[in-house]
Design a protein around this ligand. Sequence first.
Ligand code: ZN
Ligand code: ZN
Length: 286
Amino acid sequence: MSTYLPHPGATPKCPHCDQRGFVIRPIGERAEAQACECVKTCPKCRDTGWVSTTDDLRGPKGRCDCQHVQRRMRLYAAANIPARHYNSRLANFEIDGPLQMMAVQAGMDFLTRFRPGEPTRGLVFHGNVGRGKTHLLCALVGELILEHGVSARFVEFSHLVADLKVAFERKSGAADVLEQLVGVDVLAIDELGKGRNTEFEGTVVDEVVSRRYNANTPLLGTTNYTPGVASGFANANLARPQATAPMLSDRLGERVYSRIKEMCDFVPVKGEDFRQRSTRAARRPR
Ligand SMILES: [Zn+2]
Ligand SMILES: [Zn+2]
């Protein structure tokens, strides 16, 4: 797959964009890709978007590289990455132990393995809150789009359910919402299993996961729940002994869980809770 793609109209060695022609910024609730100020009229196509692919000027034309850069920017705009993760990359993930190192490695392996249109095993990062699972997920979505030109979409589990619920209640648009989630090269679902665990949620997730399963298209995800044999306790709010804590399969149902298990490797992300750690570091006397 292609990787670094300079914009022909960007300034070489631009300190803001490294000649990519765009910068990523947090705007409102989303991370956005914006054209860098250094971009001038494209010297290859004069902003027509087309270049000759042979020496014959009347011969066949191909898309200019500047168009490929713009396509990546459009894909990034559609990816829905939250603003707080605009700068989340695999390279700046804070490694705090061998499991976290392995989680980053699993992400890098996925990027190397993945080819659009070919079946590729996805990943589900699991572990307690505050371990950086969403950072890893957003990093993968961003890198798939910006470095590899692949369409990818980030969606938080409870938002996915809420969007579809609104669409179903309006009796219009549900097919479009589903199509966006099913048609994208890589779908990344944050917080799998989080929610009220209603029948509607189960049906919606089943639909999305089944269709991706049948189309052989990869899924990435995170969850605070543990993969493994169902405990039979789906309700996270009931007090119970540790041994009967709800597992991911309890939350998603056996059918969805077993499909995800077939499609994805479960990757533990453990280590010190970095939210607590940054609070402690902030309090530490100087
Ligand atoms: Zn620039
Ligand atoms: Zn051009």
